[in-house]
Every structure is written in C-alpha cells, then in structure tokens.
Design a protein around this ligand. Structure first.
Ligand code: PLP
Length: 379
C-alpha cells in the first residue's frame, strides 16, 4: 500500500490496533444476537452493557444515559428531529451540516435562530441570552451549540452557554463529535442535557456513535421497531463496533493529557516552520482550540489547488472550501468568521493526530511552503 502522510484526522482517524482486536472476537466468534436469551446471545448483551458503562464513565455519565447510534450525524438528527417538536431551536451558523440541514428539515414547523460568531468562531453569551429572551415564554426551546468546530477547532464556552439556556428553561445539546476523545468531557461539569459523539473521530470504527441524554430529558424514540436501546433506537445492535468504540474511547481518555501535549508540540513545530518562511497566511480559529485542527488561509492562493498538489506529494489534508465543477465555494465556517477575501479562497485544514511524527510535520511544512510559493509566482 502506498505510504501517505495522513493529516486529515478531523475527517476520520486510523483505528487503534487493540480496537481492531477487541472487535474481531464479536465478528468471528461471539456473533450471537444480543436480544436472544440463550447464553450465546447473553455474551453479546454483556459486551454491549460493559461498553455502555465504559463510555459513560469516560464522559461522567450514567450507563442508562448512553444510546448507541450509527454515527454523529444520526445523533444530531435524533436531537433536532425529536418528534415532541420544539417551538424554537437556537443554534450557531458554524455548526456541522448534520445540525444545519436537520434544522432546515424542521424549519416549516420550528423557528430556527442561527447565532453569528466572532472572528475567532466564538458564539456570544449575550447574543444567546437575547435570542432566548425573544422566544415565547412557555415555548419548548432547544439550544444546540457544538463543543468544537470541525474546520477551525474553536472550543465554545459550553458550561456558560448551557447555564444561560437553563436559566430560560431551554434544553441544551452539544455536538461534541470533534471533541470527544480529544479534550476532557464531563457532562455534569459542562451541564449539557444531550451530547453527540462518533467513534471514527477518536480512533474507533466507522458506522457507530452515541447520543448522551441526561435522565429526565424528554426525547422521543428515533427508530421504531424492537426494544433495543430501551425502545429508543430499534435495530439489531452492532456489537463489534460498540465494543470497538468503547475500547477506543478508553484508550484516548487514558492518554488524553499526553497525546494533547504531543499534538500541540507537532502543531507548534508546523507553525514555526510557516513563520520562518515568507509565505503570507493567517491562522483561523481561537487560541482555545482542540489539539489537531489547524485552519490556515494563504494570501492569493487556492485551497483546492493546494489540496490536490499535496495529494500528489502523498499528503492528505483538507480544505476550508469545497470545489464544485464551476467554481470554488468558500465554506460556511470561513464565511461566518469573515476571513479577508484575499485569503479566504486559500484556506486549508491540517488536522494532526497521535500517530503523526515530527518528521511528517517537517515534510508537510516543506511541501506546503513550496506549493504556496510556486502558485503565487504564477499569479
Ligand atoms: N458533527 C461534527 C462537528 C463533525 O465534525 C462531524 C463529522 O465530520 C459530524 C457531526 C458527523 O459525524 P459522522 O461522520 O459520524 O456522521
């Protein structure tokens, strides 16, 4: 297999070796249906229950507050499309499309308010307070603000946002897909009522995620059928992936301090290399960001071109703009933080992970600087 330098860990991550091993047993041997009462099924049931407890303990929740889903997108959709309809949903303009498009889908019956963000991608506490004051007093209001942004990495002041929401009687959800397994998550300290997560973002398998729902929070079943997930999300459980997700989250939670320190060191090295060059760039996002997400906009450049030329060098990065066949579109996040038009088109995202090395970072910096130089000289 061709050896890539993988620097797109915000898109997805490599599965940990012990995660793969933990799953194999449930794919090959212990494949019993967890809903069957015989002992072969009970082994699978026990694996699910143990995994639920592990995941709950990693985020400071109770086991019965964790519901397994197929991905972060499903968890987000479950919250937004809850069939006890909200009268209003307050969210931010830089949410992932899993939230924004789910909000669009319910917007015929539900008022959707999108809060703007400042240059660093932060939601204003005062704006949230004001938006909540403008909702009808006896209404059912949901506030959904992401813990960390997938493009620029900005971490929101979730505890304060949740407190303000609760002071107005609103329910608070956070899309923590980019944050779980990368920064400390404690649902009580954060004060959230619901939280979405996805295993493939923290070195677990794809196709599995979870929704945390605080006991007492009103939410309706998302998929009707059998009684799996306490009747809230029917469908035969994906035992191997559930076990893999728990193993991955435990790995990352145990190593949180050491790996964030390491990833920040990688990030510092990359920024130092850029600083020492003469390329003109701006760094997007807040100082308080998740370890790994580095969003950079280069002057008079083209993010899509940089991505493809990095790919030719065997380096996987991402862009802040998505190209259609006709023209390059600046992402909603980059637009929302008002990146200077001379720079916006030249936005890329490098997202490092615990498996990257200093040598890889040096190569990324060298190739990036070379590509940006050569593209600017053609202008
Ligand atoms: N929310 C955020 C912030 C994300 O970054 C992503 C994935 O990129 C999702 C939701 C969707 O997660 P999944 O890929 O598990 O559906």
């Amino acid at each position: 297999m061709k050896k890539y330098i993988y620097a797109d860990n915000a898109a997805t991550t490599a599965i940990d070796e012990n995660v793969l091993q933990s799953m194999q047993q449930y794919l090959r041997n212990e494949y019993g249906n967890a809903s069957q009462p015989y002992s072969f099924g009970r082994t699978a049931k026990k694996a699910i229950n143990d995994s639920r407890s592990v995941i709950a303990s990693c985020i400071g929740a109770k086991a019965e507050e964790i519901f397994f889903t197929s991905c972060g997108t499903e968890s987000d959709n479950w919250v937004i499309k809850n069939s006890f309809p909200y009268s209003s949903i307050i969210t931010s303009c830089i949410e992932h499309h899993a939230i924004l498009n789910a909000c669009k889908a319910v917007s015929n019956n539900t008022e959707v308010v999108k809060l703007t963000v400042d240059r660093s991608g932060l939601v204003s506490l005062r704006d949230l307070d004001e938006a909540l004051r403008n909702t009808v007093d006896d209404s059912r209001v949901l506030v959904s603000i992401m813990t960390a942004n997938n493009e620029i990495g900005t971490i929101q002041p979730i505890k304060q946002l949740a407190e303000i929401s609760h002071s107005h009687g609103a329910i608070f959800h956070t899309d923590a897909v980019q944050a779980v397994g990368h920064i400390k998550i404690n649902v009580d300290e954060m004060g959230v009522d619901m939280l979405s997560a996805s295993a493939h973002k923290f070195n677990g398998p794809k196709g599995i995620g979870f929704l945390y729902v605080r006991k007492g929070t009103a939410i309706s079943p998302f998929i009707d059928g059998g009684l799996q997930e306490n009747g809230m999300r029917a469908g035969t459980e994906n035992v191997a992936s559930i076990v893999g997700m728990a193993t991955a989250l435990k790995n990352n939670t145990n190593m949180l301090e050491a790996s964030s320190k390491y990833i920040y060191e990688l990030e510092t090295r990359l920024i130092q290399r850029l600083e020492a060059s003469d390329v003109e760039y701006i760094r997007n996002g807040s100082i308080n960001h998740i370890p790994r997400n580095i969003s950079i906009s280069f002057k008079n450049s083209d993010g899509e071109m940089i991505l493809h030329r990095m790919d030719l060098k065997g380096i996987c990065i991402s862009t802040g703009s998505a190209c259609d066949s006709v023209r390059t579109q600046i992402s909603h996040v980059i637009k929302s933080i008002c990146v200077d038009p001379d720079y916006a088109n030249g936005t890329i995202r490098i997202s490092l992970g615990k498996n990257n090395t200093f040598e890889e970072v040096d190569t990324i910096a060298k190739e990036l600087i070379g590509i940006v130089h050569s593209s600017c000289s053609h202008k």
